[in-house]
Ligand binder design. Structure first.
Ligand code: HEC
Ligand code: HEC
Ligand code: HEC
Ligand code: HEC
Length: 503
């Protein structure tokens, strides 16, 4: 290359770079300007209808709508029939699917066999708390009537009020569009770990918006007197964080207050159900420690013409590796997918070992009761089963846990499997005392078989559910439309899918 040509090339490159920088500074200013002049969506309270935000924020709204595309059902009980035994006597043994996109949250919640088939406002197996992480109508109702009032009564009480799936009003203030915490129980949880409001940064908020729902909780029974002077008991969603966010910290918290979510129908062990401690386990991982937030991987910046915005198509980041992981990691897309898949397989092996041992422990404990084991003999072994299952559940219940905290997930699965094994050895000893040796657990190799053993009346549940969907559920939607709480045909027309036949 001649010297002059070289100078020319360098000059062109230099000018291009400067033009690029100026353009992108211009864009950032433009972006900032948009936020600084954020239109008021609603003067007071929460605008729960995401379609009412669409004019002001078309790109966020369009990408948010795309969360609806993730709507396939992955039936976890079919994939791992052991789950029906682990959760025997509890809703999750009836129906449990992998998470789908946010826009589907209410459909999933209404469709699952867990929420039952209420015929009126005071009927059904679940409390109001079951709506808590499904809709911006939840914080709206809390603001309108009070949090304790919100957490009182059955799930079916507010079916016609809670009609907009997870949307803008869950994470943003309707007055200035800033990220905000709409759930008072997250604020209390953060207070408990010393993360008071004055200490929360913008980067924190890019995870805390998610921690409102992707966290572990229990229902705390809270007595109070309502407006009419009547004694009531609220089941208030509470984060068990006072001793810390690690699995063992929360276990200690629950043990101290002698809390149980339910009693396993097979073993009679007093059980804990880990809900989805996604935020908590994330904080134990290397990405969190290096300062990443949920939005870094789940809401990558996207360019459309001159506009740069955060993709609101919150999904599995591996669907978009180029814009998520590969902004920091330097492998090729294929290489990186392979690394991740290999890690996944390693985790699943330990996961299955833990579940197999837990299922065997529950069923062997059942046999021990049948042959006459005493409370004194059983109490310590039931405590071991409770602990093992909690650690296992904490490690995998939030689905993404393995990516969020690979080391911690494997440690917990290892400890859980070993504790469950310990319980089985003790139980073999107890059975031997009653003359039973080499006890074989029943066949639970398919969902049908496992649900039969667990005593789940599947057909009956499905039939009742379909009646509910044709009846009361339709009334809810009609009422909400008439009163203007639901204005989006997009939401109304989302396809209904489930792990059981729809007719
Ligand atoms: C689950 C929580 C969540 C929901 C639901 C949500 N957002 Fe966001 N939004 C965020 C987060 C987190 C950020 C910050 C992203 C960042 O800083 O990278 C954000 C950023 C924004 C911004 C700032 C500009 C940008 O794109 O980064 C706007 C405007 C916005 N969202 C509008 C909306 C609208 C409109 C809706 C509803 C259609 C919505 N959001 C739904 C969490 C949410
Ligand atoms: C108001 C509660 C709520 C908030 C806030 C929330 N989520 Fe979710 N999220 C859910 C629920 C519920 C589901 C499962 C929906 C279903 O299966 O129908 C879900 C599902 C997901 C999924 C699975 C999507 C798929 O297609 O597989 C991801 C990923 C996710 N959330 C990430 C996030 C991130 C990141 C944030 C914060 C920016 C966030 N969520 C904020 C409640 C919430
Ligand atoms: C903003 C930058 C950033 C993004 C985006 C990012 N990572 Fe990382 N990742 C890091 C850093 C920093 C480390 C830590 C390296 C270290 O300290 O050893 C890391 C470590 C890892 C590790 C090894 C950690 C372990 O505990 O095994 C894996 C695996 C990984 N990342 C996967 C992913 C995947 C998958 C994605 C996309 C969904 C992703 N990363 C996105 C910055 C990032
Ligand atoms: C370093 C990147 C990274 C960060 C940061 C991150 N995630 Fe994830 N997340 C992933 C990956 C990768 C998966 C696995 C997706 C898959 O299975 O294909 C995942 C999976 C999930 C899932 C399960 C999705 C499903 O359908 O199975 C949820 C829910 C989730 N993440 C929520 C969160 C929340 C909440 C935070 C913050 C507390 C967060 N993530 C932070 C990379 C990340």
């Amino acid at each position: 290359m001649k010297k002059n040509t070289l100078i020319l090339v360098i000059a062109i490159l230099g000018i291009s770079f400067m033009t690029y920088m100026m353009l992108s500074i211009g864009e950032r200013k433009q972006e900032q300007a948009i936020l600084n002049t954020a239109p008021i969506i609603k003067a007071e309270g929460i605008e729960t209808r995401s379609d009412k935000w669409a004019d002001a924020y078309p790109h966020q709204y369009d990408t948010w709508k795309q969360t609806a595309e993730s709507n396939e059902i992955e039936d976890m009980v079919k994939k791992y029939p052991q789950l029906a035994i682990l959760w025997a006597g509890y809703g999750f043994s009836k129906d449990y699917n992998a998470p789908r996109g946010h826009a589907n949250a209410l459909i999933s919640n209404r469709s699952t066999l867990r929420t039952g088939a209420p015929t009126g406002p005071n009927d059904g197996p679940m409390p109001m708390a079951c709506w808590a992480c499904k809709s911006p109508d939840v914080p709206r109702l809390m603001q309108e009537h009070g949090e304790l009032e919100y957490f009182t009564g059955k799930w079916a009480r507010a079916g016609d009020e809670i009609v907009n799936p997870i949307g803008c009003g869950d994470c943003h203030s309707s007055q200035d569009a800033q990220l905000t915490i709409t759930r008072p129980y997250l604020k209390r949880g953060l207070d408990a770990i010393g993360m008071t409001e004055d200490k929360i940064t913008y980067q924190d908020m890019r995870s805390l918006a998610c921690a409102q729902c992707h966290s572990e909780y229990y229902f705390k029974k809270t007595p109070y007197t309502d407006k009419d002077g009547k004694d009531q008991i609220a089941a208030v969603v509470t984060f068990p964080w006072a001793k810390g966010l690690a699995a063992e910290d929360m276990e200690e918290y629950y043990n101290e207050i002698e809390f149980k979510d339910w009693t396993n129908k097979m073993s009679k062990a007093p059980m804990l159900k880990a809900q989805h401690p996604g935020y908590e386990i994330f904080t134990t991982g290397v990405h969190f420690k290096r300062g990443l937030a949920c939005a870094d991987c789940h809401m990558p910046y996207t360019q459309k013409g001159a506009i740069k915005f955060s993709s609101h198509k919150i999904q599995k980041p591996l669907n978009d590796i180029a814009n998520t992981c590969l902004t920091c990691h330097k492998q090729s897309e294929k290489e990186f997918k392979d690394i991740v898949q290999e890690k996944l397989d390693r985790k699943d092996q330990l996961n299955v070992i833990a579940m197999d041992n837990l299922a065997a422990a529950h069923l062997t404990a059942k046999k021990a009761w049948e042959v006459g084991a005493t409370d004194a003999e059983m109490a310590p072994v039931l405590a071991t089963i409770r602990s093992a299952q909690w650690l296992w559940d904490y490690s995998i219940a939030s689905h993404g846990s393995f990516f969020h905290a690979p080391g911690e997930t494997l440690r917990l699965l290892g400890v859980a499997g070993s504790k469950a094994q310990e319980a089985r050895i003790t139980l073999a000893g107890i059975l031997a005392n009653y003359g039973v040796i080499n006890y074989q657990i029943p066949d639970i190799s398919t969902k049908e078989l496992a649900q039969q053993v667990a005593g789940v009346p599947f057909e009956k549940l499905v039939k009742a559910k379909l009646d509910f969907k044709k009846g009361l559920m339709q009334e809810w939607i009609t009422d909400a439309k008439e009163d203007g709480r639901l204005t989006s045909t997009f939401v109304e027309d989302l396809p209904v899918k489930s792990a059981y036949p729809q007719n």
